[in-house]
Design a protein. Sequence first.
Lengths: 155, 107
Amino acid sequence: MEQKTKVNAEDGKQDLVITREFELPVELLFKAYAEPEIVEQWMTSKVVKLESKKYGSYQLEKTDDKGNIVFQANGVIHEFIPGKKITRTFEMANTPFGVQLEVYAFEKLTDDTSKLTMHVIYESVAQRDQVLQLPFAQGINWAHNRIEEVARQLK
Amino acid sequence: MNLRRDVFQAIADPTRRAILLLVAAQALTAGAIASNFDTARPTVSKHLQILTECELLTQEQNGREIYYHFNPKKMKEVADFIEPFRKMWDERFNKLENIMKKYNSKK
């Protein structure tokens, strides 16, 4: 089966490309990136600030049940061309992953479909590979949490 | 669950990656593998044990010697190491798509 979301990360390079085709008109796809209240929904993070314009900045935040901040990300927008392109930086606070440069290209395929190409450039090959392994490490933690939960119920 | 059997954990170590490269070229005994490293022999044995436990290497008895073979099938899983990253984005984009489809119909 053809995968909707593709990741192309060549060995030994410090960038990667994520592509995805959407069953959405390109205007709606772009809106999902431009409107704070929509970003909040699909990123499942609180949008503290999002200035969708050239030289604007943004800040995302995720808190746990107790109100502790578990994830914080921020960056500045260098280019903002409605329906076409966003160029921005992205940095996760308090992590060793550095600043990444993200170039989003929005493309109309048909009236009802569109394509997003996300080019992400990292500070080094090592940092890119660390980020690539991040969800995997999380996956392990989640698996552990689930195991713990199941174990607790067995008691 | 034995975490050590995790294939990703196994290749996180540079010495173990070097061992895999050596053995991928030809099956070798523990002694032959160890001679390629400055590391103490027991350390190399430990690495071999870990690589065998996670099935990146297989052992084959040949007379008195045990030869280590590379297991390419298991390595395939490593090649797919970006899969969790891809899945994470796929799920995120699915969510975006669903939200915007509803957004569209609301109008």
